[in-house]
Design a protein around this ligand. Structure first.
Ligand SMILES: O=C(O)CCC(=O)C(=O)O
Length: 260
């Protein structure tokens, strides 16, 4: 399975509408990939709190429309990053969208762990309450968004639900980049899964983004890593590697706590 991660730059000077069109073009350039991944809140910017209300959209809103067409034009599975979702009752969620190669909405994931402690996303958004896995022909994706990366029990839950490839979509600040790299590798090693970790580049709302998206294999080896700027990472995943790793070093079978 060939996966492409689009580390798009989110800078204050560019409008959301322009970035949407640019992201769609970048998706279209990935023909030949089976799965394309975008980062968290790449439309508005993960730290552009004051724009969350105005840029909020329903699940079938402008981001879905543009991304659905891009996915079906190239026939890829598309993790379209996350959007500020306005739910039917008016509340906001940080919601990831996964589109099928025919452009249909195949899955959504509402971020469970909201970032900001007592400000920003943590007070403006509601929390999701359920895990999401997506069955693809060769891998089962387990979805996580940014701050979720700090909560290993979420990933164990995804393993128990059948995930073999974790997709971490993020808008991670540059000042904690070491945590980003370390935690993505840790999740790959402890859950014996591929990790596709796609972050934003650029600077918005005064927060420089880490970039440094990476793909980690189930043994913890970094297969590809971006620099700080806008970039696309393309990597071939071996469909047998997760089962092989779990068979040859069966640590997951030795779990005693928290098993379902
Ligand atoms: O945990 C971190 O250091 C960053 C999390 C974050 O920026 C987010 O979830 O939006």
């Amino acid at each position: 399975m060939r996966a492409s991660l689009i580390q798009i730059a989110v800078n204050d000077g560019e409008s959301v509408a322009s970035r949407r069109q640019r992201a769609a073009e970048l998706v279209r350039e990935q023909s030949g990939s089976d799965l394309v991944v975008l980062p968290e809140l790449w439309t508005v910017g993960a730290f552009a709190y004051e724009q969350f209300e105005t840029e909020a959209e329903p699940l079938d809103g402008p981001t879905f429309e543009v991304m659905s067409k891009a996915a079906s034009d190239v026939g890829v599975w598309l993790h379209a990053g996350s959007v500020v979702e306005r739910a039917g009752d008016g509340s906001l969620y940080n919601t990831a969208l996964v589109l099928s190669p025919s452009g249909e909405l195949a899955a959504t994931y509402r971020k469970i762990h909201r970032f900001g402690f007592d400000q920003g996303e943590a007070v403006l958004m509601s929390a999701g309450d359920s895990l999401t896995t997506v069955v693809l022909p060769e891998q089962t994706l387990g979805l996580a968004t940014c701050y979720d990366l700090r909560f290993p029990e979420l990933f164990r839950g995804l393993v128990d639900a059948g995930a073999t490839t974790m997709v971490v979509s993020a808008g991670w600040p540059a000042r904690r980049r070491e945590h980003w790299t370390l935690l993505n590798r840790a999740r790959a090693v402890e859950d014996q899964s591929y990790v596709l970790a796609c972050a934003t580049a650029g600077t918005h709302a005064g927060v420089e983004q880490a970039g440094h998206s990476l793909v980690v294999d189930p043994w913890g080896e970094v297969l590809a890593e971006a620099g700080p700027g806008e970039a696309v990472l393309t990597v071939d995943l071996d469909p047998a590697k997760v089962a092989e790793t779990r068979d040859q070093f069966p640590a997951l079978k030795d779990r005693t706590l928290g098993r379902p």
